[in-house]
Design a protein around this ligand. Structure first.
Ligand code: 5GP
Length: 194
């Protein structure tokens, strides 16, 4: 994949409950010129989700075909479903804007291995206690699900040294601003490299 006029491919990860979605939403409010990639998944849509907006919802057979044909920039399987980033979609978007991928760590590391110019950013909770508190506050999940998510959070956090940047989400505006600054700085690096 080419660097496409110095536009940045920013890959954002972080454990469930860290507030990734809220921070990314704030980034788009502060900087509407950003583009977000839309992933493919085999999980069924949740209430209110639309095909092509939150995800492209596909069958397992179609997903496996995409793997075979090399149509995915990365993919992983977790919580019993496949998730992957459509290569052509991202390449197209990168021609005109900086692109945000919100994906989990295994996929993020695949992107970095294939495209070292991608910028990996991990959002961290202020502390593990705070993360646990936020997960419980959601109140929508059983203790077993919360325990599963905490175990997964531990795994995700164990990969943080492989990321280019870590940003603590102690305040949504500040975290969004910090990530936007990282993207601006990386853009200058890409331009300087040309
Ligand atoms: P959810 O099912 O709650 O929407 O997402 C579950 C997990 O899948 C989240 O950790 C999210 O970051 C991850 N995810 C979403 N899209 C992708 C993708 O394209 N590739 C990978 N590897 N993970 C993804």
């Amino acid at each position: 994949m080419s660097k496409s006029k110095g536009n940045v491919l920013a890959v954002i990860s972080g454990p469930s409950g860290v507030g990734k979605g809220t921070v990314i939403k704030r980034m788009f409010e502060m900087c509407p010129a950003l583009c977000e990639s839309v992933s493919c998944t085999t999980r069924p849509p949740r209430e209110g989700e639309q095909d092509g907006r939150e995800y492209f919802f596909v069958t397992r057979a179609r997903f496996e075909e995409m793997i075979q044909r090399g149509e995915l920039l990365e993919y992983s399987s977790h919580f019993g479903n496949y998730y992957g980033t459509p290569r052509a979609f991202v390449e197209q978007k990168l021609k005109t804007c900086d692109v945000i991928l919100e994906i989990e760590v295994d996929g993020a590391l695949q992107v970095k291995a294939a495209h070292p110019s991608a910028v990996l950013i991990m959002i961290l909770p202020p502390s593990m206690e705070e993360l646990e508190r936020r997960l419980k506050l959601r109140g929508t999940e059983s203790d077993e699900k919360i325990a599963q998510r905490l175990a997964r959070a531990g795994y995700e956090l164990s990969k943080k040294d492989k990321y280019d940047y870590c940003v603590v989400n102690d305040d949504v505006d500040r975290a969004a601003e910090r990530i936007l600054n990282i993207i601006r700085e990386e853009k200058e690096v890409l331009h300087d490299d040309k």
